[in-house]
Write a protein that binds this ligand. Structure first.
Ligand SMILES: Nc1ncnc2c1ncn2[C@@H]1O[C@H](COP(=O)(O)OP(=O)(O)OP(=O)(O)O)[C@@H](O)[C@H]1O
Length: 324
C-alpha cells in the first residue's frame, strides 16, 4: 500500500547564527538555535513545538516561513523539495504557508484599515479582481468573528483578541495549507485565550488547515495539539501524539516539563522554570546528551554519547535518551 506523502517534511533543519567579535567582526562561534530538527506535518493536524525559552521553537517556525535563513537541512512540501529556498520557490511556498504572530498589535500596521490589512496578501499575490478581493475580505472577517462595519477601523480601535482575529483573517486570505502559530495567544488575557484557540480549531475542522504551533504554555499545547515535539537546545528530544506525551512521556526532560501541571485554568497555570544554575546554552552545547547536566538518570554514557531520536513501541513515538 502506498504511504501518504506528508504535507510538510523537515529533515535535519539547522539555523546557526554567527557570533562575531573584535574590530574585524570575525566569527568566534555560533548560536546553534536549531541544530538538526526533523519532523513531518500531515494535512489537518496540529504539531506543537514546546520547550523552554531559547530552545529554538520560534526559529524553527521562522525558518520554515523563510523569515530566517536556514544554514542546513531540507524541507519538502507535498514531496517537493524547496530547493535552497530560492526566491521563486519561496513565493509559491509562502502562499501556502502563513504565520500568525504572538503580538497582534506589533504585527498589524497601525496606519492601515483592517480591510486593507486583510486584503494585503491578495494584493501581493494579485488574486482576483478588486471586487472579488473586497468580497473575500468581507467573507474572512465574518469567518473570524469580526463585524462588516469594522472594516474601516484601525488596529488600535480593537481589543487584543479582536486584533488576533484580524491576524488570523490575514493569514487565511490565500487559503494556506499550513499556518505557523507562534505563541498565538500568549499576549492575550486568559479569558480571551480560549476563544481564539477555539476559533483556530474550528477553522481547522472546516478548512483542513494544518498548524505548526510554537508554545511554551502546556495548557495551550494540550488543548490544540494532535502531536507534540519537545525541543531542548535546538533539537527534538521526544515526539509523539498528544496522548503519548501527556500520559506516557519517556524523556526525563519531557517529564520535567509535564510536572509543571498543564492547565488552561489560570489558578493552576505556571510555566516550567529551570532550577539549575548551570544551564547549558545554544552557544555552549554540552558533549553527549545535551540534557545530562540536569538529568537524574545521567550516567557516563550520557556524558560522552549523544543519543539519537529513535522509535519506541508501535506507534510513532520517538525519544532521544539512552535510558528510556
Ligand atoms: N537573530 C538571531 N541572532 C542570534 N541569535 C538568535 C537570533 N534569533 C534567535 N537567537 C538565539 O537562538 C536561540 C533560540 O531562540 P528562539 O527564539 O528560537 O527560542 P524559543 O524557544 O522560541 O524561545 P522563546 O520562547 O523565548 O521565544 C536563543 O539562544 C536565541 O537567543
Amino acid at each position: 500500500m502506498p504511504t501518504e506523502v506528508p504535507l510538510l517534511e523537515v529533515q535535519d533543519l539547522e539555523v546557526h547564527f554567527p557570533i562575531r567579535a573584535g574590530v574585524f567582526k570575525r566569527q568566534v562561534g555560533a548560536v546553534k538555535a536549531v541544530d538538526g530538527v526533523s519532523f513531518t506535518l500531515s494535512r489537518g493536524e496540529t504539531l506543537s513545538l514546546v520547550g523552554e525559552s531559547g530552545c529554538g521553537k520560534s526559529t524553527t517556525g521562522l525558518a520554515l516561513m523563510g523569515l530566517v535563513q536556514p544554514t542546513g537541512g531540507r524541507v519538502r512540501f507535498e514531496g517537493r523539495e524547496i530547493e535552497g529556498f530560492s526566491r521563486g520557490a519561496v513565493k509559491q511556498y509562502r502562499r501556502r504557508m502563513q504565520i500568525v504572530f504572538q503580538d497582534p498589535f506589533s504585527s498589524l500596521n497601525p496606519r492601515h484599515k483592517v480591510k486593507d490589512i486583510i486584503r494585503a496578501p491578495l494584493d501581493v499575490h494579485k488574486v482576483g479582481t478588486p471586487a472579488e478581493r473586497e468580497a473575500r475580505v468581507a467573507e474572512l472577517m465574518q469567518r473570524v468573528g469580526l463585524r462588516p462595519d469594522q472594516a474601516d477601523n484601525y488596529p488600535h480601535q480593537f481589543s487584543g483578541g479582536q486584533r488576533q482575529r484580524i491576524g488570523i483573517a490575514r493569514a487565511l486570505a490565500l487559503n494556506p495549507d499550513v499556518i505557523v502559530c507562534d505563541e498565538p495567544v500568549s499576549a492575550l488575557d486568559v479569558s480571551v485565550q480560549a476563544q481564539i484557540l477555539n476559533l483556530l480549531m474550528d477553522l481547522q475542522r472546516d478548512l483542513g488547515v494544518s498548524y505548526l504551533s510554537v508554545s511554551h504554555d502546556l495548557g495551550v499545547v494540550e488543548h490544540i495539539s494532535s502531536r507534540v515535539a519537545v525541543m531542548y537546545l535546538g533539537r527534538i528530544v521526544e515526539i509523539g501524539t498528544k496522548e503519548q506525551l501527556f500520559s506516557g512521556a519517556l524523556h526525563p526532560y519531557t517529564e520535567l516539563l509535564m510536572r509543571s501541571a498543564p492547565s488552561l485554568d489560570p489558578r493552576k497555570r505556571h510555566t516550567f522554570s529551570t532550577s539549575s544554575d548551570d544551564i547549558p546554552s545554544a552557544t555552549n552545547r554540552p558533549t553527549g546528551c545535551a540534557f545530562h547536566k540536569r538529568c537524574p538518570l545521567a550516567t557516563e554514557l550520557c556524558r560522552t554519547s549523544d543519543p539519537a531520536l529513535t522509535r519506541r513501541g508501535d506507534a510513532d513515538h520517538r525519544v532521544a535518551c539512552h535510558h528510556r
